[in-house]
Design a protein. Structure first.
Lengths: 187, 301
């Protein structure tokens, strides 16, 4: 268990059974009064941010989280299914948990999954992923409003801005951290 | 090369100048500088202050009791610059070992100490203007005087007694009131509920209040002062109450400071104050964190 004096930025604690990380921390002790520990907390499952003030004497359970290397298998009615190649154990992540990351999953891709109590709560993708353009209108010459860029949709349904020379069927590399076009992939 | 230490050079030089200037001020006002032991068999019992043990004894959390024994023996104007230790207090504005300035004067009350604060600050900042984190503070005008009751009305729309009942007094002071205090000129927040002042005298005309004040500059609490309680029986009773509360919180039992209680019989009417020197240096050197105004933090040792 942690006590108030262990609280600091980055510490992961359990609140109402869910893992939270301390995003900001401030210690106060107004004139001979009690110690106050004000924390900005982020719920690591929902991402919600909120403030909470603790007083000396309170204690906290550490949130034990593990990162597991897993392989993306397929999507089914339960969500997106991943497998641990060592244990063959499988986990499913919902589209909500994955958010935009779901657009960058390629079959057999290796990812890091953040696991809490056998529940996957987050994912770390490789920095770059290759995806094929499935739809993109030809660039209209003279349309300078968008510069030399035009919209394109890739095989996972994700839409992004690409340079004018990218055509339907082209394999492109996308930065998964920003969702932006990186380069054309030579085949 | 320790680059953190190198980068603190200007502030540490300024710190030395400030400490020398504090000393010069009190000497010029006919105060006697004293040194009292830092390792004590017992500190004054405080519900929310924990001492750091040192062998069978404790390091001082404040030199207050020793200073008052001197007052009781007729040393009528005294000051001390010394280190104090308070366990587990660490943050942007707290170090578990810090430098305290305390001064005491007999035959006066806390109103005289308020004026002494004004004179000290003007002495330390001859230009009369303090710039701290985009705030400009005028030290030449009389400091703002604001009672605790007024502060709760003005900034919390809430009654002090209700806040005490709900256990929210400290929280409201820290988060709702403090940030507003001492922004154009320093604020003297005064007349605390009597139960929040273990060693302060009750206000004769309003015994539910104690003659205690805190000095705030730019939202930062700099000093705590009061008219000293001189009634031995009431002091013993308050110590017993606070010691019982400490034990109730599961803290180490401690004896009462008996030599102080005995000598308190001859304590004249007086007033005293404890001022955090590190915080004062922060204000005078426009520094945001206390780490930057000391040579070493505990984490760096």
């Amino acid at each position: 268990m942690y006590s108030c004096s262990d609280l600091k930025k980055g510490l992961k604690i359990l609140i109402d059974g869910e893992p939270h990380v301390i995003a900001q921390f401030d210690f106060s002790k107004p004139g001979k009064g009690q110690s106050l520990y004000r924390c900005k907390l982020r719920n690591m499952v929902t991402g919600a941010l909120f403030d909470r003030t603790y007083r000396s004497g309170e204690s906290f359970a550490p949130a034990s989280l593990e990162e597991r290397k897993m392989q993306y298998l397929y999507q089914d009615e339960t969500g997106y299914v991943f497998m641990d190649n060592q244990t063959y154990e499988q986990l499913s992540l919902s589209a909500d948990t994955l958010a935009d990351d779901k657009y960058f999953l390629v079959d057999n891709m290796e990812v890091e999954i953040l696991v809490f109590n056998d529940m996957a709560i987050g994912i770390t993708l490789p920095n770059f992923v290759n995806l094929r353009v499935t739809q993109s209108d030809p660039w209209v010459k003279g349309d300078t409003a968008a510069g030399n860029n035009k919209p394109a949709t890739v095989e996972t349904g994700f839409t992004l801005q690409v340079p004018s020379f990218v055509e339907e069927g082209t394999l492109i590399q996308i930065d998964t951290r920003t969702g932006e076009y990186a380069t054309r992939v030579k085949e | 090369m320790n680059h953190t230490l190198v980068s603190k050079r200007d502030r540490l030089i300024e710190r030395a100048r400030i400490v020398q200037s504090i000393r010069a001020f009190f000497i010029s006002q006919d105060y006697l500088e004293v040194e009292t032991p830092q390792r004590l068999p017992v500190n004054a019992p405080e519900r929310h202050i924990d001492a750091v043990a040192c062998g069978d004894w404790d390091l001082q959390t404040s030199p207050e009791l020793a200073m008052k024994r001197l007052l009781a023996a007729g040393y009528n104007k005294i000051f001390q610059l010394t280190h104090c230790w308070r366990d587990q207090e660490r943050g942007q504005r707290h170090l578990p070992e810090f430098t305290m300035l305390e001064w005491y004067q007999s035959d006066c009350d806390y109103r005289e100490t308020m004026k002494e604060c004004e004179r000290l600050l003007r002495h330390l900042v001859p230009t009369g203007t303090l710039h701290y984190r985009k705030i400009v503070i005028d030290l030449t005008a009389p400091f703002e005087r604001l009672t605790v009751i007024e502060a709760f009305q003005r900034y919390c729309q809430c009654d002090v007694s209700q806040a005490l009942k709900d256990g929210r007094f400290d929280e409201l002071i820290a988060y709702e009131i403090e940030p507003h205090l001492g922004r154009e000129r320093p604020t003297i927040l005064y007349d605390y509920p009597a139960e929040l002042a273990a060693l302060a005298r009750r206000k004769p005309e309003q015994p539910e209040l104690a003659e205690r004040f805190e000095l705030y500059i730019a939202g930062l609490e700099v000093a705590n002062a009061f008219s000293e309680l001189t009634e031995v029986n009431e002091q013993r009773h308050r110590f017993e109450t606070d010691e019982a509360a400490r034990r109730g919180l599961g803290k180490q039992p401690r004896p009462l400071p008996e030599p102080f209680l005995v000598e308190m019989e001859s304590l004249p009417p007086s007033a005293g104050i404890a001022l955090g020197v590190d915080r004062l240096v922060m204000l005078l050197t426009n520094t945001e964190t206390i780490d930057d105004v000391v040579c070493f933090t505990p984490e760096e040792l």
